[in-house]
Write a protein that binds this ligand. Structure first.
Ligand SMILES: *Cc1c(COP(=O)(O)O)cnc(C)c1O
Length: 361
């Protein structure tokens, strides 16, 4: 069986050595040594100053919305994983969907201003697949209308734009370290803040709002990362350059194999140092995509429809928030993410593309 991604496991002995450290410390969670070490090292690897590790990427989004005191309407992308829209609704705000740019699949900045009302408090956009949103234009619009900006950076681990981490843009960027993501801690995530005071607030509200011994400062939740999770991250982090390089080679091979076909691989734009965490291809039609998908599944190969459905069509959001987003809806019906992971073999890639190309007329 070949799936869209395969969780990366570091050498067992490496993890075992970390477990021994945990056993010796007698400390499993609440700001443990490994969590502190991972916070420092991930911050250094990414090149960001204010980072708080959390229990998962969904909580990272919720904490971001809370830390910035967002209310009312939040302008967002329909082309992302459901967590993005769900976090907005879960925090009592209303998602206002703005269609995507057909070149990047990220929110189309030229459509944002028409969606701003007196209730708008922020823009929450996803750097989908790790392809950068138009951060300059979004910053300019946000500045003009006094809006906060959050980026769902769940796909952006290690991505650089013009030589700088993509995560430095916006008031807050969130990360997911879920087992299916390129860098993982089994479950985990992070909140990256531009402002140190906002980061301090995230630190407090991720631990119940409970600061020191008897200091209860704020309404918080529990979003802490345990030592067992941090240990996994510490084992994988030193291998990231190698992992990204392996994925780059897979992506290049796919590119060569599909270059003369009707399939369109989005790809990261110029000026982006990419992490190759997804390999999305767009088919000419929904029928073409479904036919290829079925042919693959018949051979025990499971690509994924990332991202489907277009979030503006989610049944439970229909009444509150439906607004047509034709570019996103069309993309969601035609896209397929092909298998890409460190251990994927050259022969398997040739087999996968062979099956797909055999279904395209
Ligand atoms: C994976 C993902 C999330 C959720 O992260 P978890 O760590 O699984 O909670 C949020 N947003 C996007 C875009 C994702 O891909």
């Amino acid at each position: 069986m070949i799936t869209v991604t395969k969780t990366f496991f570091p050498p067992f002995e490496d993890y075992q050595a970390k477990l021994r450290q945990i056993w010796e410390s007698g400390w499993l969670t609440n700001g443990g040594r490994l969590e502190n070490e991972l916070t420092l090292k991930v911050g250094q690897y990414l090149g960001v100053s204010h980072i708080e590790l959390v229990a998962n990427g969904m909580l990272a989004l919720q904490l971001a919305i809370k830390a910035l005191n967002l209310k009312g309407e939040i302008i967002t992308t329909p082309y992302s994983y459901v967590a993005t829209a769900n976090a907005i609704v879960w925090e009592g705000c209303k998602p206002v969907f703005v269609d995507i740019d057909e070149k990047t699949f990220c929110i189309d900045p030229s459509l944002i201003e028409a969606a701003i009302t007196e209730k708008t408090s922020a823009i929450l956009a996803t750097h989908v697949y790790g392809y950068p949103c138009d951060v300059e234009k979004i910053a300019e619009i946000a500045g003009r209308h006094n809006l906060k900006v959050i980026y769902d950076g769940a796909h952006c681990f290690g991505v650089k734009l013009d030589g700088q981490s993509l995560l430095v843009h916006g008031d807050i960027s969130t990360l997911s370290f879920h087992a299916t993501k390129i860098f993982h801690t089994a479950e985990g995530g992070a909140v990256v803040c531009r402002d140190e005071n906002v980061s301090k607030r995230v630190y407090v509200i991720k631990r119940f709002g409970h600061f020191g011994e008897d200091d209860y400062q704020d309404i918080g939740i529990n979003a802490k990362m345990s030592e067992l999770h941090a240990a996994m991250g510490l084992c994988i982090l030193p291998m990231m350059d190698q992992i990204i390089d392996g994925r780059r080679q897979i992506s290049t091979l796919y590119d060569e194999l599909i270059k003369d076909s009707q399939l369109y691989h989005l790809g990261a734009p110029q000026g982006v140092e990419y992490n190759y965490n997804y390999y999305p291809v767009l088919f000419p039609s929904h029928e073409d995509m479904m036919r290829a998908r079925k042919a693959l599944m018949d051979k025990d190969i499971y690509p994924r429809r990332y991202f489907y459905p277009s979030l503006n069509t989610l049944p439970y959001l229909q009444q509150a928030a439906y607004k047509a987003c034709p570019v996103s809806e069309s993309a969601a019906m035609r896209v397929l993410c092909l298998p890409i992971y460190y251990e994927l073999q050259k022969e398997e890639i040739i087999k996968i593309t062979g099956i797909i190309l055999g279904t395209i007329k």
